[in-house]
Design a protein around this ligand. Structure first.
Ligand SMILES: [Zn+2]
Length: 144
């Protein structure tokens, strides 16, 4: 099958590719080829063209970055954050209790030698922070 790219078409393509205002689709229309054929030929010749830019086109406004939105805590930028949705903070070590002082209400996460967290138990045997670290949500069942 003969190549659809005749020598004349290739010369025309080289000339048209120099004009940065023409898109590959526009060049393809002028040559009677497809946009992909033009793009492929230019790629094989290692002629890389920048995308035509319309100076009159208004720029798209950028979204402000929101740290809490990235965390999934607050979807709307600028709104106050619900503190109950924030991840729990690590309890202070000053609440640490020894094994002998450990009571039912205390978190049982070991923090140092023979010392336990000692914060208020919230979920299972742990405080919020340590429960978050120790308990993983159940995985969905895998069907083979
Ligand atoms: Zn704890």
């Amino acid at each position: 099958m003969p190549s659809p790219w005749s020598v004349e078409k290739q010369e025309q393509l080289r000339e048209l590719a120099k004009d940065q205002s023409l898109s590959n689709g526009h060049i393809a229309d002028l040559l009677g080829m497809t946009r992909n054929a033009v793009a492929g030929k230019l790629y094989r010749w290692k002629i890389f063209r920048s995308r035509p830019v319309d100076p009159n086109k208004p720029k798209k406004p950028r979204k402000p970055k929101n740290f809490f939105a990235e965390l999934g805590v607050c979807k709307t930028p600028g709104l106050p954050v619900d503190p109950t949705l924030l991840p729990p903070t690590e309890p202070a070590r000053e609440y640490a209790v020894s094994l002998m002082d450990l009571r039912h209400k205390h978190c049982r996460y070991p923090v140092e030698d023979n010392m336990f967290c000692g914060s208020k138990r919230v979920r299972g045997a742990y405080c919020d922070y340590h429960a978050e670290r120790c308990y993983q949500p159940p995985r969905p069942p895998r069907y083979v």
